[in-house]
Design a protein around this ligand. Structure first.
Ligand code: SAJ
Length: 417
């Protein structure tokens, strides 16, 4: 039996919110890392040691590993001992997973393989995606084999990330990690790779279970947030303060209700449960309902604001926060951003003053919306008739409530209660 190979050079494909921190942390732990991204400006930025997005603690590590020559970025796939695929897995119109980025990455890797390499899929994926990556590789390279122990073996594993945006650099090192191999040898090899930096427990399983475990975690959170969001709708109609209600109920030793809000955003919790629904449409009833409850929340917020705004001649609405959650600049799948856009569209004679302390200019979605402007918190509140709190950013917490006295306040996060 050939011994399992050692990994010295690592290629990380996809330098986004997960791929870039992963590449930087591996480089910091001593591996020679080459990052690959199709976005040429991102490649240039990374090679200059500059951070393309806000993430606490990443800037220093990135600048360090680039300066030491341990991490460099490029737009083509190189030869390496191991590959980590960290590319987007969006969903299609029917909420099916779109695996085209994963398939393209596998096609890019295939010609460089010589036997003995480890291929890790990190992207959140439906059950069977790691096997699909293998089908592509072995389809292109019939000279290689998925069986372990030969000089022509290729090792395939799934190692989903579980880090929380905003705490990535801490959680990447400390969190336990699930590692699923298409063979036990692939799982072992993948565990040894992640053990170079990960202090959490590395738990081995097969690839399909690892894929499903990641989806399960996010679906669990989505279902529980949907419960809180449904409660907020019921409480509102019943004249009950939902925040007080949840606080009281959570005193029960076995009750732990999450927090309602304007909807569920980001590229994980609002997406991943659909992969379970798409795999098992007939049986994933609760998971699908939770998705729909959470997706219906922005519309209810919009109606509530319009109901008040339509009583005024030229209403001015201050929309506080358009990131998908507190203290980050990530606007992907953000219900708050969607609410601000919908309000600017639907207020014929109104103005939307957007306050988002983590960005310098409004994203392109606002380009055709002349009645929307980005401004500072104090300015927005002083000019607004309606103050709509959408994100519980720390910057909004200590705001002087005296200044809200003459305003209609709609607080979707319960920050000012
Ligand atoms: N939200 C609520 N109420 C809550 C908690 C969250 O409305 O009580 C909303 C947030 O405002 C946000 C959305 O849910 O719009 C998602 O935020 P989040 O903080 O729950 O999660 P993400 O998307 O930032 O990260 C999640 C995490 N998964 C779990 O907690 C199970 C993270 O550990 C994963 O690594 C990440 O998804 C991922 O990449 O899959």
């Amino acid at each position: 039996m050939t011994p399992l190979p050692t990994v010295r050079t690592l290629c990380v494909i996809g330098l986004g919110y997960i791929g870039l921190p992963t590449a930087a942390v591996f480089a910091q732990s001593g591996l020679q890392v080459i990052g690959v991204d199709t976005d040429a400006s991102r490649v240039a930025q990374i090679n200059a040691g500059e951070l393309p997005f806000v993430e606490d603690g990443l800037g220093v590590v990135l600048a360090g590993v680039v300066a030491q020559g341990r991490l460099r970025a490029q737009s083509t796939t190189p030869s390496a001992d191991a590959y980590i695929v960290s590319v987007p897995t969006p969903f299609t119109g029917d909420h099916d997973a779109d695996l085209s980025y994963i398939e393209a990455a596998a096609r890019g890797i295939a010609p460089h393989l010589t036997g003995g390499e480890l291929l890790v899929l990190e992207s959140t994926s439906p059950p069977g995606a790691t096997e699909r990556m293998g089908e592509i590789v072995f389809g292109e390279r019939p000279d290689l084999t998925p069986s372990a122990g030969s000089p022509h073996s290729i090792y395939l594993a799934h190692a989903p990330e579980r880090v929380l945006p905003g705490r990535i650099m801490v959680e990447m090192v400390e969190n336990d990690r699930i590692i699923g191999g298409t063979t036990p040898e692939a799982a072992t090899l993948c565990r040894d790779l992640y053990a170079t930096f990960c202090h959490g427990e590395l738990m081995l399983t097969d690839a399909r279970t690892a894929e499903m475990a990641k989806l399960t975690e996010n679906a669990f959170r989505d279902v529980n947030i949907a419960f809180a969001n449904e409660l907020s709708i019921i409480a509102d109609r019943q004249g009950i303060d939902v925040w007080e209600l949840i606080e009281l109920a959570n005193h029960h030793p076995r009750v732990n209700i999450l927090q309602p809000g304007p909807g569920v955003g980001g590229h994980c919790i609002a997406v991943d449960p659909w992969f379970i629904v798409s795999a098992e449409r007939e049986h994933a009833k609760l998971i699908a309902t939770a998705r729909n409850v959470n997706d219906s929340k922005p519309k209810l917020v919009i109606e509530k604001v319009l109901e008040r705004a339509n009583r005024l001649k030229d209403p001015v609405v201050a929309a506080l926060g358009i990131a998908f959650k507190a203290n980050i600049d990530d606007l992907r799948e953000s219900p708050s951003k969607d609410i601000a856009i919908a309000l600017s569209d639907r207020l014929d004679h109104g103005t939307v003053l957007v306050v988002e302390p983590n960005i310098d200019q409004l994203p392109p979605d606002f380009d055709d919306r002349a009645n929307a402007e980005l401004t500072e918190l104090e300015d927005a509140v002083s000019r607004a008739d309606i103050v709509l709190l959408l994100v519980d950013h720390d910057d909004f917490k200590g705001f002087d409530r005296e200044k809200l006295q003459e305003k209609v306040v709609i607080d979707t996060k319960g920050l000012w209660r």
